[in-house]
Design a protein around this ligand. Sequence first.
Ligand code: F6R
Length: 605
Amino acid sequence: MCGIVGYTGSQNAAPLLLEGLKKLEYRGYDSAGIAVVEGNTIHIRKVTGRIANLCEKTGDGQGIPGTTGIGHTRWATHGAPTDTNAHPHTSNDGRFAVVHNGIIENYVELRRELTQKGYRFESETDTEVIVHLVEMYYGGDFKQAVMKAANRLRGSYALGIVCANEPGRIFVMREASPLIVGLGIGETYFASDVTAMVAYTRNVIYLEDGEFAELTPEGVQVYDCAGREIPKPISRITWDIQAAEKGGYAHFMLKEIMEQPRAAKATLAPRIQSGEVVLENLTLDWGKIQKIMITACGSAYYAGCAGKYTIEKLCRIPVQLELASELRYADPLVDEHTLLIVLSQSGETADTIAAMKECRNRGAQILAIVNVVGSTIAKLADCTLYTWAGPEIAVATTKGYTTQLLVLYLFALYAGKLRGTLKADQYHRLVGELRSLPRRMQLALDMNPRIPKLAKKYHKADSLFFIGRNTDYAVALEGALKMKEISYIHAESYAAGELKHGTIALIHEGQPVVALCCNPAVMEKTLSNIVEVIARGAEVLAVAERGNQTVLSVADDMLYVPRVDTLLSACVEIIPLQLLAYYVAKENGCDIDKPKNLAKSVTVE
Ligand code: F6R
């Protein structure tokens, strides 16, 4: 979703802002803009469409003088993606400019009030009220004006504000939307995501909700909402900058698919020691827990669907799954006997945060499984287990999803042992199996060289069905989502046994059906369903263990996976389906890393 960046120092700001915005492109956007302060003037440039247009319009930023500035990529919410609605927005007197991530929930009433007071609105955005409020409250003290304006806002925001009277000063502010300040030598940065500034500095400060900060080339001063100075720790970004580059791959998505064995090692290695699962900081009150609820959105929710089987089997505790966007309004049956497991790659998904707060208010203990360090969800939880997948840039998650699964497996083994529901020999066998998963994920990547060819056969399909039972069904859900979101082909996942209760009516001559046959306990049943769709003309692309002659004898085409215990297999089974979606999207000429209408971090409801 929207991204913000800012810089104050001694270099020309515009080229740095544009570089920063390019790094945020992956979050999804439809317009962009920058504001640069030069002397007592603010230069504004905005475009609809890509950052490349903004670079062209500004001669890569060289055409705009000034050493302090702010920038924005906008993903339209209030008002169409137009130049006028693009940020930065300016005050009527031209003195202030603002960039904003998030949503101002009370903007309608603020807009009415400001209009009555004579402020003129140029855009349809909620953001514009902020800059007029700052103008209204400005009596010569920039900080006071920003504080007073902030006190009037309800909703979520990460803001950057510059003032023509005060070149070299930027105020930033955070409420329920990420904002990170970067400290250089004689220069200071801010951004909604560290990837925008990691090329320039690795020393960062994470702002908390309700905090605001004053940035100057000399450094940063952080304040609480009452304007009192507060000390903040400086954190160090440790991941390699190349992790956020394509590294020779055509797309981030392909790079991230290929990186999965390495990411899996990073997730598992520190947590399997001398044959035991060791989970850092898992300070839960285990005695109280009577049920587990898993909540998340999209792929993270589907990781939960697969994890449920493993946790229930190994821990003998009921696991309920809830979409976060539903759970938040469901008046859920959650209390102090519930352990809520929250899954999120970004750690900033608005629905997930809201569901989490709802359950926290009802007394649940909360364990978060998150990739982005220091993110809102990580901070809100009682305990956090990081997935350590490294930065995920492609909008469609791959290594984010598989590493979430791995942490769920670790949790299931750890809790199963602790609760005494897992026998020692089974525990040790599964820990050994878990350790071997990075290698098996690599095998799944290597044993499918025909996928680009298969993509040439299936890319023209109008729709695809993904079927499976039990753990295979959980993987089918994610396989279908991957196909839809990057190739724009309608794909539907179905529990194989449910087809005959209605959906089989859609099967016709030539209808492609991707059938997952990796779970030996239900394979014969799935085979019966495969035969049923073949009898109605379907073409079947099966996913099965290499050497499975029975499946081979009925399917038209095959995707292969190595043998893995069913309780741990989803993270391997999904790999050929990720590759299939990738190559089908490539055949269809889709914008794979930035699929239309999608955003990486969904910070609005
Ligand atoms: C799909 C995808 C989304 C996310 C969902 C939750 O490829 O990436 O479905 O899984 O938006 O995002 P996080 O995990 O950041 O909470």
